[in-house]
Design a protein around this ligand. Structure first.
Ligand code: HEM
Length: 176
């Protein structure tokens, strides 16, 4: 059943349910071709070449700022990449890596094998990091869905839920 068919409360449950499947369904199932097109188009307004690097970083900083408030233990995880100062160049470069990873996954929504590969790789990169938890990813997903509507006109939350939840849950697959 697709998320768009459900009431708001059920949306959250449905999204959580996706995590119990696998990233293998990230570009299919609830993420219809039309959903994928919408997400890619809306994401491109954030990530396009015309959009300055500064505004991308501002967006990502807001996401991490909220993450660190809600999951204070997460700050320590980023100690090697400037997590103690989210305004530092060091942490900015970490944020660019995160955004680039997300950009690649969103860009592959129409190419399931490529998407699977990307999500599996991101999953492997996070699985080896002690202290990275599935619940932190869940908070991260919630924050993304809070922040994006602030910068994307006519934000289509259903399409984002349908396509982005499986990506995030796929990256978090198997984490404690
Ligand atoms: C969709 C969301 C996310 C994406 C696309 C993403 C992507 C990335 C990428 C590309 C890297 C660099 C990997 C490397 O070079 O080894 C990275 C590193 C890392 N990520 Fe994520 N990330 C996401 C969310 C999170 C969350 C929610 C956490 C935990 C709270 C997290 C924790 C880390 C840590 C601890 C590192 C290593 C930092 C270091 O180099 O010391 N990530 N992430």
């Amino acid at each position: 059943m697709c998320v768009r068919q459900l009431a708001t409360l059920t949306l959250i449950v449905a999204c959580a349910g996706v995590s119990m499947t696998s990233a293998m369904h990230a570009g299919s199932g609830c993420c219809s071709s039309e959903d994928a097109r919408i997400v890619q188009e809306q994401w491109s307004t954030v990530f396009s070449a015309e959009n300055s690097g500064k505004s991308k970083i501002t967006l990502c900083r807001e996401i991490f700022e909220r993450l660190f408030v809600r999951v204070p233990n997460a700050v320590e995880l980023f100690k090697d990449v400037g997590g103690d100062n989210i305004y530092s160049d060091k942490f900015s470069s970490q944020m660019v890596r995160v955004l680039a990873g997300l950009d690649l996954a969103i860009g592959a929504l129409h190419d399931q094998p490529l998407l699977d590969e990307l999500v599996e790789h991101l999953n492997a990169q996070h699985s080896v990091r002690d202290g990275v938890t599935a619940s932190a990813f869940e908070v991260w997903r919630q924050i993304v869905l809070e922040v994006m509507p602030k910068i994307i006109d006519s934000f289509n939350s259903d399409a984002w839920m349908n396509c982005v939840c499986p990506i995030v849950h796929g990256i978090a697959k198997g984490l404690p």
